[in-house]
Design a protein around this ligand. Structure first.
Ligand code: GRF
Length: 188
């Protein structure tokens, strides 16, 4: 089973997932898909000798959504780890219940369009909530809307800033995401 990781940022979650499956005999990270030339995740891919597919908007949204490349790399499961574009229907149809995303808050709160990265943590801190967390969920045609698979929480202290909260959330993501990816693949 080959996994494609879609990521457009620093790629720390991608790194953890790559490490998690490095010695795995049946599951491999076979492709990194990215829409941002220069993104940190591209160096992680190079360091780990994982092929990269740089995608562009027109073909992703109005073309074949790169399904032929997924087939070429024999991809059986897709993990979104800091990928901000909406997933087009063509890709969802090609991978039914085989695309998962990680969101840095406790959905259904703080989800939807525009709720990504530091925007999420700023909104959570501004709300006065005393906890936040992560949500791993299946991907459907709407932002942050598919069935939830897993949540983990952390407490927010009065001294926490959006930056400190972001660090806590990243720790939770790194702790749980790779194992949840593995569980979802085992269930297929
Ligand atoms: C993570 O916080 C993830 O929840 C969000 O984007 C961030 C990606 O971080 N969707 P990284 O690129 O994996 O370091």
């Amino acid at each position: 089973m080959n996994i494609a990781i879609f990521a457009s940022g620093a790629g720390s979650n991608a790194q953890k997932i790559i490490e998690h499956f490095r010695e795995n005999k049946t599951i491999h990270v076979g492709l990194i898909v990215c829409n941002k030339p220069g993104a940190g995740v591209l160096k992680i891919a190079a360091d780990n000798a994982i092929p990269v597919l740089l995608i562009e908007k027109e073909r992703f949204f109005r073309g074949d959504a790169y399904v032929p490349e997924m087939n070429l790399h024999e991809i059986g499961f897709i993990v979104l780890a800091g990928f901000l574009w909406k997933i087009p229907d063509a890709l969802i149809r090609a991978f039914p219940n085989k695309i998962i995303n990680i969101h840095p808050a406790l959905l259904p709160k703080y989800g939807g369009k525009g709720m990504y990265g530091m925007h999420v943590h700023e909104a959570v801190i501004a709300s006065g909530d005393t906890e936040s967390g992560i949500t791993i969920h299946y991907v459907n045609e709407k932002y942050d809307d598919g069935e939830a698979i897993f949540q983990a929480t952390c407490t927010i202290e009065p001294i926490d800033t959006p930056e400190l909260l972001a660090q806590k959330i990243h720790r939770l993501e790194h702790q749980y995401f790779p194992a949840i990816v593995e569980k979802c693949i085992e269930k297929l």
